[in-house]
Design a protein around this ligand. Structure first.
Ligand SMILES: C[S@@+](CC[C@H](N)C(=O)[O-])C[C@H]1O[C@@H](n2cnc3c(N)ncnc32)[C@H](O)[C@@H]1O
Length: 211
């Protein structure tokens, strides 16, 4: 290909509706107050999430891995009147940022934060979700996939982030993280219970639809 991915990403940023003031401030706060701000979904992916939520009109969304709440706010912005987003975060250090920005976004009645290990919390949620966003520890994706499958409605969507792992999945020599993600992508591809499409957006999003 004859283009720079960095330039294309910049062009996409410049030609995507700008983030709200709250999301802009959240991105700034995430950079100032956390050690790995690149974990937040960010502007273009966030806008995609709002659109997906607006298109799917989910009654219930689950996010696994909240971090500072960027994706949670984006998804929740697109929820219908009676919709709710549950989000799970293991690191309590992020709680004050999440709650602060969820309040500023006026989404307190739409976002329910669960603090703790998602592997323990998911089985306690007696809800069938229309949309699930998996974005926690990459090495545990296969385990989460199995855990989340029964929580997803038939016809529901599971989105899994970072599946291209900075493009490393196509390299011949793979380190452990890359191999685990490659194996996860192959597990989904081989699963006859689903249809899937791998979107090369940002770090790669695997979109899965339960048949
Ligand atoms: C990539 S960040 C999430 C970013 C967020 N979804 C967004 O798009 O803005 C991953 C988060 O998953 C959390 N996490 C990792 N393992 C977890 C677990 N077992 N249970 C709950 N959260 C976990 C981490 O603490 C981290 O904040």
């Amino acid at each position: 290909m004859h283009f720079s991915l960095k330039k294309i990403n910049q062009y996409c940023e410049q030609h995507t509706s700008p983030p709200s003031e709250v999301l802009y401030e959240l991105e700034r706060a995430t950079h100032l107050k956390t050690l790995a701000p690149q974990m937040a979904s960010g502007h273009v992916q966030g806008q995609l999430f709002t659109f997906l939520s607006q298109m799917i009109q989910p009654k219930a969304i689950l996010e696994v891995g909240t971090f500072t709440g960027y994706a949670a706010i984006c998804f929740a912005k697109g929820l219908p009147e009676n919709g709710i987003l549950h989000t799970i975060e293991a690191n309590e250090e992020f709680e004050y940022i999440i709650r602060d920005f969820v309040k500023r976004a006026e989404l307190e009645d739409k976002i329910k934060l669960h603090l703790g290990d998602a592997k323990a919390i998911i089985p306690t949620l007696e809800i069938q979700f229309d949309l699930i966003f998996l974005d926690a520890a990459k090495r545990e994706y296969a385990q989460y996939y199995d855990l989340l499958f029964d929580k997803l409605k038939t016809g529901g969507f599971l989105l899994v982030d970072n599946v291209l792992w900075d493009g490393k999945v196509v390299e011949e020599k793979k380190n452990t993280d890359t191999r685990v993600l490659d194996e996860f992508n192959k597990k989904v591809q081989a699963d006859e219970r689903v249809e899937n499409v791998l979107l090369p957006i940002r770090d790669g999003i695997m979109m899965i639809r339960k048949k």
